[in-house]
Design a protein around this ligand. Structure first.
Ligand code: ADP
Ligand code: ZN
Length: 301
């Protein structure tokens, strides 16, 4: 794929932190850095100076960016590579990919954080060899990306899998939801901040037998069955801070089987659901490694 001094750069741009790395894959990361996401000029300049330093004596072939959104991932659009309408102060209409490309003078690949994490899992993780699968993250928000028929999912803009409308029994759960746009969409009911505002305690500090987790599994399972019905994914990978609660996985799997109620006649969900709804194999590195995979794809390596 590349000679020894050819390397790729990956940027995982989150709302709270940036992770940048230089290398060629999971077993060959030459250097990496993590720093807080502040204002665009300061943050992007920090990323650029990291790549300048970290690639001294090496050839930087391309950079991949996994960005928080909403973004414009359409290469034919005049605002391709921009973070578009985010409420994050200072970041709306930021020409992210353009700035990196012009500062470093290399080709740049750009996509949503979840699509890129999906690409990382496809190249080196839990989705190797699959054509159609989903990567869902449950953290500050809920977002999803993935591949359909071997290609990253794009479209009109990009999927917003966290904002599904799902059943909300207000007697069981009077919490009204916190999504600014929809209140009790999936993200409004089941993201980390939703757990915290409903129970008054952050998810990290709730015990495994707390009723919060049954409710969480219920909402996430509603989401998952809708993805199963619409995309027929061969696997669903679930990451993000909230999914660090690994006891959620069996609860979600059980509820998904219950909701499907035998309708989907596939061994993946009937017999092997433990291998169907899974954590990311690359763990918290899926995003930044995916960004390196995207950089490689950008130049056809
Ligand atoms: P981000 O979404 O900013 O990239 P995370 O995926 O870590 O970062 O999501 C942060 C959210 O996840 C917070 O609401 C936090 O309370 C929750 N969270 C983080 N770690 C855990 C954990 N171990 N268990 C439950 N919830 C967690
Ligand atoms: Zn919403």
């Amino acid at each position: 794929m590349s000679s020894n001094n050819q390397v790729y750069g990956g940027i995982e741009a989150g709302g709270t932190k940036f992770v940048c790395a230089v290398g060629t894959g999971p077993d060959d990361i030459r250097s990496s850095i993590t720093f807080p996401t502040t204002y665009p000029e300061e943050t992007l300049e920090k990323a650029v100076s990291f790549f300048r330093q970290a690639t001294k004596g090496l050839t930087l072939v391309a950079i991949g960016i996994a960005s928080f959104g909403p973004v414009d991932p359409n290469p034919l659009s005049p605002t391709y590579g921009y973070i578009t309408s985010t409420p994050k102060p200072g970041w709306a209409n930021t020409n992210f990919a353009g700035y990196i490309r012009e500062s470093l003078g290399v080709p740049v690949g750009f996509d949503t954080d979840t699509n890129v994490a999906a690409l990382g899992e496809h190249r080196w993780g839990a989705a190797v060899g699959l054509e159609t699968f989903i990567y869902l993250t449950v953290g500050t928000g809920i977002g999803g990306g993935g591949l359909v028929n071997g290609k990253l999912i794009h479209g009109m803009l990009h999927p917003e899998m966290g904002h599904l409308a799902i059943p909300h029994d207000k007697e069981e759960d009077p919490f009204e939801g916190w999504c600014k746009f929809h209140k009790d969409c999936l993200e409004g009911l089941a993201s980390g901040p939703a757990i915290e505002s409903r129970w008054g305690v952050r998810g990290e500090n709730l015990p495994a037998d707390h009723p919060a987790w049954q409710l969480e599994a219920k909402y996430l399972a509603f989401g998952l069955v809708n993805y199963i019905y619409t995309l027929s994914p061969q696997r669903i990978i679930m990451g993000g801070g909230v999914m660090q609660q690994s006891h959620l996985f069996p609860l979600i799997r059980q509820r998904v089987q219950h909701l499907l109620n035998g309708y989907i006649q596939a061994d993946d969900v009937l017999q092997r659901i433990d291998q169907y709804i899974v954590p990311p194999k690359l763990g918290t590195r899926a995003g930044v490694l995916g960004a390196i995979a995207l950089a490689q794809d950008t130049v056809g390596d």
